[in-house]
Design a protein around this ligand. Structure first.
Ligand code: A3P
Length: 321
């Protein structure tokens, strides 16, 4: 979010035609083909749509911000690369111990921004792992044309609002003051949050997962918290790398979950003290890591308003725990 890139004339021209709103972190959000993007991201989105070349073996994690992206990046990396990097507690060389998950699984939107995160996923053996905040409709055509698999992680929007409120205040420039919870709530409710409206984002992937369950795996943060072993095994099956009886006996499932747990990741030196190349502190991605924290923050009126929208828009999915 903090990364400044020079905007091309093409992007400036486009932005000047789009509806705009004040951003919660900095600058503005622009409504492009139905979805709201921070100024800096518009150019990255356009570039990735033009240049990103998907491969059939790619795995793409799709989320809206604050859905648990960092956690699932870690889980996917540990799962898919487990043959090369054993997730057992004795392996002190596991890349997740010294790299933030955002470095190991970069956003495809960043791949063509001119400032790649290092190491590039192509430096690992296939499959390549990418993530994206793009809504389904805005994915690069090469992703849609390829056989690559998509894992969509969804979270209860009430917890997302609380997480977003803390996060935006954490990374905003101090001179801008703080966002009130009411302000963040109101933006989110109206659909004006990065890569939102949340409701449309979720519904796009949900429908796709029903039409092509072998291509899109729809997972909820709350399910992952509740039955992590079960969900991890389902994920492994979906990705074509199920756990063998030998791995089950060795406790590989538990080892992956332990390695990627909030307690473990948030206490690593790299995640406590280091920054991404964008300038973002790694620690900003770890706060409480629980389901249901909204009960400590949202007013009865906010909950009522959200419940109405959830019922209207997301009844089919029931993301509300
Ligand atoms: P909270 O603010 O509710 O704690 P994202 O990665 O999409 O930005 O989402 C951030 C949210 O995921 C934060 O939620 C963060 O604490 C939580 N999170 C980060 N790592 C996690 C982990 N290993 N397990 C569970 N939740 C995690």
């Amino acid at each position: 979010y903090l990364q400044e890139i020079e905007l091309s004339q093409e992007t400036r021209d486009l932005i000047s035609t789009l509806p705009a709103e004040k951003g919660l972190i900095s600058g503005h959000l622009h409504q492009y083909q139905g979805f709201w993007y921070p100024t800096m991201h518009i150019q990255k989105v356009l570039a990735s749509q033009k240049h990103f070349q998907a491969q059939d073996t790619d795995i793409l994690l799709a989320t809206t911000p604050k859905s648990g992206t960092t956690w699932l990046k870690a889980i996917l990396f540990a799962l898919v690369k487990r043959v090369h990097y054993h997730p057992d507690p004795q392996n002190m060389d596991h890349p997740l111990l010294t790299n933030n998950p955002h470095v190991l699984v970069p956003f495809l939107e960043n791949k063509h921004s001119g400032k790649n995160q290092i190491p590039d996923p192509t430096s690992y053996a296939p499959p390549r792992l990418f993530s994206t905040h793009l809504p389904l409709a805005h994915l690069p055509q090469s992703v849609k044309d390829s056989a690559c698999k998509v894992v969509y992680l969804c979270r209860n929007p009430k917890d997302i609002i609380v997480s977003l409120w803390h996060f935006t205040n954490r990374v905003r420039h101090k001179s801008m003051g703080t966002n009130s919870l009411e302000e963040v709530f109101e933006y989110f409710r109206r659909g004006v949050s990065g890569y939102g409206p949340f409701w449309d984002h979720v519904l796009g992937y949900w429908k796709e997962s029903l039409e092509g369950p072998e291509t899109v795996f729809f997972l909820k943060y709350e399910e992952m918290k509740e039955k992590p072993g079960l969900q991890l095994r389902r994920l492994a099956e979906f990705l074509g790398c199920p756990f063998s009886p030998k791995e089950e006996a060795q406790g590989v499932v538990d080892n992956i979950l332990r390695l990627c747990s909030f307690e473990n990741l948030s206490n690593l030196d790299v995640n406590k003290n280091e920054k991404l190349s964008t300038g973002m502190e790694n620690s900003a991605f770890f706060r409480r890591g629980e389901a249901g924290d909204w009960r400590n923050y949202l007013t009865a009126e906010m909950v009522e308003q959200l419940d109405r929208i959830i019922e209207e828009k997301l009844q089919v999915i029931c993301v509300c725990a």
